[in-house]
Design a binder for this molecule. Sequence first.
Ligand code: ZN
Ligand code: ZN
Length: 399
Amino acid sequence: MLDGLGDLPVDEFGGKTPLEAADTPTFDNLAKSGITGLMHTISPGIIPGSDTAHLALFGYDPRKVYTGRGPFEAAGIGLNAHSGDIALRANFATINNGIIVDRRAGRIRERTHEIAALINDREIEGVKILFKEGTEHRGALLLRGEDLSPEISGNDPRKEGLLPEKIDAAIPEGEFTAQVLRKLVNQLSKDLPRLDINQERKAMGLPPANYILFRGAGVVPTLLPFTQIHGVDTATCVAGGGFYKGIARLAGMKVIESITGVTGGTNTNLSAKKDTAFSALDDNDFVFLHIKGADNLGHDGDFIGKKKFIERIDDAFSDLIELENIVISITGDHSTPCSIKDHSSDPTPVLISFNGIRCDEVSKFGERPVSRGGLGHIIGTDLSRLVMSFAGRSKKFGA
Ligand code: ZN
Ligand code: ZN
């Protein structure tokens, strides 16, 4: 899974996309020995987020199971989210005389685990409070208990120079949850300023993390395990970014925790990732491998960087072609065109390679070449089913 792989024509590449312009002998050989096409991850015209896209790719209907970003963020930073928990995204922020003066507390990096430890493991009105820090000023909160509802607003005004917003219930059933969260914010606005690290930050002239902003409440969904949906015994995820590990974990996959040099960015150690994925194939029916960099470069509008990064991946995975008796699929979760610097609804190229597959005449892996491929246009929820079917794991529908 090459995050954000798809793109649009780039003038500097003579109208080719970064993938079309890239020198990719490995992918091209796999395209030659396989079947190719284009994929609308959610459905035509819908711009996928990485979370909804991955849900679709794992075979879930995102419209049914996606409950907001909070639960996926919480699982992604390693909070052990249970189905039914209410999850919210959090920012460490700076407040002064009641006004939010910095929504990111100066993009605080140091000792955020001390702030998280202060918040974590409280209990308010019988509701368990779990909190973990993410990168920089980010964190996630889980509320675990009875009678909770995700139908609440957060306190994040999304802009600096404003008062925090009032946490409110959107429906009467949300009132208890809103009350618990209001109490937590009250407690924290007294406890956070007293933390050593905040005293020190103030002394150094840095914005203290003396307030916390919550947004994006969602209930942690119950997902049928990936293995159960697809008729495999074991499935493992190899990823750098915590966000992707979190989605895989919610889908019940095993997640390989830390791999040397694997960062979830463009500086990631691709060969370590490949070695890990290849050895995971020894004792797993299914291995999901996620590489993030191309999406970052698309968001940066760096088409040269994106082309070079795709070439680096192709090079690092040159021995993919030697794998025997394994169905290989390469695709993206959505397009991240460098000209848009964000995700778009343009379909993303997909290939599936396996011995004996009814291959098409496509010999270059790229957006336009694969548009003539034998898979035609598929949607995201088709992909894992197709892969399992080529692997002989599908059951007959009907007699
Ligand atoms: Zn993505
Ligand atoms: Zn993205």
